[in-house]
Design a protein around this ligand. Structure first.
Ligand code: COA
Length: 163
């Protein structure tokens, strides 16, 4: 993987730098209602998941008078990818108190810019049950419902964990 990418907007930053990630903040979100489709993980599971994903962390930059700015993780978009042909987008969230300010759209613009930069990308895929989210992803990523591929009708299949 090439050098980390960073995008700044006012006092917010989107960064793919792994060393910026706050695993405790992410795990808290995974266990909360904001990421209602997931659950919190053990420390090892969380580390493995983050290490093997391209994580777009969303941070609020807390400026300090001494120049030692601090960053607070307030959101995430996680790409599971081979960095060449395919990306699966998941765990997209912005903490409740920061929603509705354009930050989720900023995060998706960064994901979109990255995926557009992959010359041999076959697809970026995501699954969502929310109609509002579907429209949002269509608008910001140019994603479409998967109905045909190379002119043939297709169905997306998913095997879920057996409980
Ligand atoms: C979806 C989410 C990341 C958007 O972040 P945000 O910072 O509020 O987004 P913005 O302020 O840039 O824009 C809000 C847009 O998000 C859209 N949106 C998509 N899914 C949404 C959701 N589940 N809840 C609220 N708004 C949502 C709204 O329609 C709105 O669109 P508009 O700009 O055309 O009005 C945020 O609402 C969130 O974290 N929701 C909970 C987790 C979630 O549902 N993630 C997506 C699962 S597929």
């Amino acid at each position: 993987m090439e050098a980390p990418l960073n995008w700044r907007k006012d006092s917010f930053l989107v960064s793919t730098n792994h060393s910026n990630l706050e695993p405790d903040a992410i795990n808290k979100a995974l266990g909360s209602d904001v990421i209602w489709w997931a659950e919190s993980l053990s420390g090892n599971q969380l580390r493995t998941m983050l290490q093997n994903s391209l994580c777009f962390g969303l941070y609020k930059i807390l400026e300090a008078p001494d120049g030692q700015d601090q960053m607070l993780q307030i959101g995430l978009a996680r790409l599971i990818t081979d960095y060449v042909t395919f990306c699966y987008l998941t765990d997209v969230y912005v903490l409740d108190e920061y929603q509705g300010k354009g930050l989720g759209s900023f995060l998706m613009e960064c994901v979109n810019e990255y995926s557009n930069s992959l010359p041999s990308l076959r697809g970026l895929m995501l699954v969502t049950s929310s109609e509002q989210a579907q429209k949002w992803y269509m608008k910001l990523l140019g994603a479409k419902e998967l109905e045909t591929r190379a002119g043939h009708p297709v169905k997306a299949l998913l095997k879920e964990r057996e409980s």
